[in-house]
Design a protein around this ligand. Structure first.
Ligand SMILES: [Zn+2]
Length: 83
């Protein structure tokens, strides 16, 4: 059985070939286990195929946007129906 010669190492069993990930906000290199960027303080998720850290879902921003939309809807309702 001929053994293929080459400098390419055999496939590793790890889920990711990356040793670091980059903050999606400021592109600082972070350790794979980092959950918060030490440079800008933003939360970062697991590494993606491109080596960037995924942006975790921001519940606070989502709730703030939902609250703003609800407040706007209430304001419109009030403007049209409380004359
Ligand atoms: Zn950052």
């Amino acid at each position: 059985m001929p053994k293929t010669s080459g400098s390419k190492p055999s496939a590793r069993g790890g889920p990711s070939p990356h040793l670091t990930k980059k903050c999606p906000e400021c592109f600082t290199y972070l350790p794979l286990a980092a959950e918060v960027c030490h440079a800008c303080g933003r939360p970062v998720g697991p590494v993606t195929a491109t080596g960037l850290a995924r942006k975790p879902f921001n519940w606070k921003a989502y709730l703030a946007a939902a609250a703003a939309a609800a407040a706007f809807a209430a304001f419109v309702w009030w403007g049209f129906f409380s004359d």
